[in-house]
Design a protein around this ligand. Sequence first.
Ligand SMILES: [Mg+2]
Length: 241
Amino acid sequence: MAFEAKTYIIKQMKERVRLKECFSGVKVVDWDFDGVLINSAKPVLERQCEVWKEKYNLDAIKGWDWTYHMSLKYGLTQEEAIKLQNDTWMNSVVLSKSEPLFGAWALSYRFYRMGISQHITTSRLPSLKECTYDSVNRYYPWIPLENVHVRDGTNIDKDQFKVDWVRRMFANLHFEDNRIQARLIAENTSATVIYLPYPDDKGSLKDLVNIIEVPRVSGFPNLWKAYQIINESNYRNVAQY
Ligand SMILES: [Mg+2]
């Protein structure tokens, strides 16, 4: 075996051992979907760029309402900007073009191999349930569809919906990119929240001990960076059932 190949395999094995140590004791993980497991911002941004007649890459996104403010900048009225947001973020044709974020995909697969139960809880509209199931089936087939939670009606508050599920399933970890929901879950459940802030939100939840901030690198940190940061944090002291 070539020396390089041997070194690569040893490195991979060491990484798996470290990862196993980092998440030992974790039984249930809950994932947010958009912006965490799946890169829905990409097809949404591409569609909005067509309207703006401008080009941006994903690193330009500063926050989850960034595209709304950009629409105003390109001369759309508030109503038009909201309509464009809705026509893209709530459009199953656009969302079905989303691909998985590699770091999250790799971490989720390792959780599966470690026997950790995984759930997905999303704020998506009830009308997007089928397209959400399709994406999970295609990219995360190891997560059973009964573990994918989408609201049954728009009368159900999307923030409370997430809090309730995280609490109900006794999740040890919840991965989230929405600042408001990350705070609510950290304040109202025993889970440790792995928060993936957009550049404008960095450091905004430092007051909560059960939030671990993992900076984004092109949409999501790589696997190594994510669990290295989690391992160095104090998450073992919280969310243990
Ligand atoms: Mg999200």
